[in-house]
Design a protein around this ligand. Structure first.
Ligand SMILES: [Zn+2]
Length: 245
C-alpha cells in the first residue's frame, strides 16, 4: 500500500477541515466539568500513546488515523534530523494538538557518547523544534531507552522530563498489527505505550488500540512529570505518567 503523498490536495483539504474542527473542540473542552457521571468515558484513567522516530513520510496518515479514531491526541518524540527532513509534518503535528518531544538529533546510543556530545544531541534538537514550533520541548525520550544519570541531568538542564514507557508494542520488531494492538493494550492506567512512526502495521493498529482502551474506560492522555519514581521496566525508573490533557 502506498501512502498518500504528504501535502496532497485531498489529504490537505481533509486536514484543513480537521484543524477547524479542533479549534472548536478545544474551545468546548476548555472548562471541564468536575462532576463525573456514571458513563464517564475516562472513568478508569488515562494512558499516553507515544510515537518515536518521526516525523516520517507517513506522519499525515498517522494524524488522520488518530483523528478518525476520535480525535485522539498523542505524544510524538521526534529526532532533529527527521524534523529537518519533514518540517511540514512537524507543523501538522503541532496543528493537531499533538505533543512534541525530543528524541535526540541522530538517534545514537547516548550512553556511549561523551557528555558534551550527548548534551549537544539534546540541545540541537531542542533548537530545531523550538524554531519550527515556537515551543521548547518539555519531554525527552532517549533512543532505545538507553539512559543514565548524566543523560537525565542534561534533559533537566534543558527543561525536559525524561519519559520512557511502560508498554512496548514491539512494532519495530516486524510483528503484525494485531500483535501491536495486543502488546500496547498490556498498558495499565497511568502508563505510556511505545509505538513508532513509519510503519504501516503501526498505522493499522491505531484504531484498535484506541477502541481497546475505550472498552476499559481509559482515555488517551498527555505525559506529565511525577514527583515519585515510576518503574518503566525492571530496575529502570522515570518520573513521568499519563494524565488528562
Ligand atoms: Zn527511537
Amino acid at each position: 500500500m502506498s501512502p498518500r503523498p504528504p501535502g496532497s490536495r485531498r489529504g490537505r483539504r481533509r486536514l484543513t477541515a480537521c484543524v477547524l474542527a479542533l479549534t472548536t473542540a478545544l474551545a468546548t473542552v476548555a472548562s471541564p466539568s468536575t462532576s463525573a457521571s456514571a458513563d464517564e468515558p475516562c472513568a478508569n484513567g488515562f494512558v499516553a500513546i507515544s510515537f518515536d522516530d518521526g516525523p516520517s513520510e507517513l506522519t499525515p496518515d498517522y494524524v488522520q488515523a488518530l483523528y478518525d479514531a476520535g480525535w485522539v491526541r498523542a505524544t510524538f518524540f521526534l529526532t532533529g534530523a527527521h524534523a529537518l527532513e519533514y518540517p511540514e509534518h512537524v507543523d501538522l503535528l503541532a496543528q493537531y494538538g499533538h505533543w512534541i518531544g525530543n528524541h535526540s538529533f541522530s538517534h545514537p546510543f547516548l550512553d556511549e557518547l561523551d557528555s558534551t556530545d550527548a548534551f549537544n544531541e539534546l540541545l540541537g534538537t531542542n533548537q530545531i523544534l523550538l524554531s519550527q514550533t515556537g515551543v521548547a520541548p518539555t519531554l525527552f525520550r532517549p533512543p532505545y531507552g538507553r539512559t543514565n544519570a548524566a543523560i537525565r541531568a542534561h534533559a533537566t538542564t534543558l527543561g525536559m522530563t525524561e519519559a520512557l514507557w511502560t508498554a512496548d508494542s514491539y512494532d519495530y520488531n516486524g510483528v503484525t498489527a494485531e500483535e501491536i494492538v495486543d502488546n500496547a493494550l498490556e498498558v495499565e492506567p497511568g502508563g505510556i505505550i511505545l509505538l513508532h512512526e513509519g510503519y504501516e502495521t503501526t498505522l493499522a493498529a491505531i484504531p484498535d488500540i484506541v477502541s481497546g482502551l475505550a472498552d476499559r474506560g481509559i482515555c488517551a492522555g498527555k505525559i506529565v512529570p511525577t514527583t515519585t519514581p515510576v518503574e518503566a521496566w525492571p530496575g529502570t525508573y522515570h518520573y513521568a505518567e499519563a494524565a488528562h490533557w
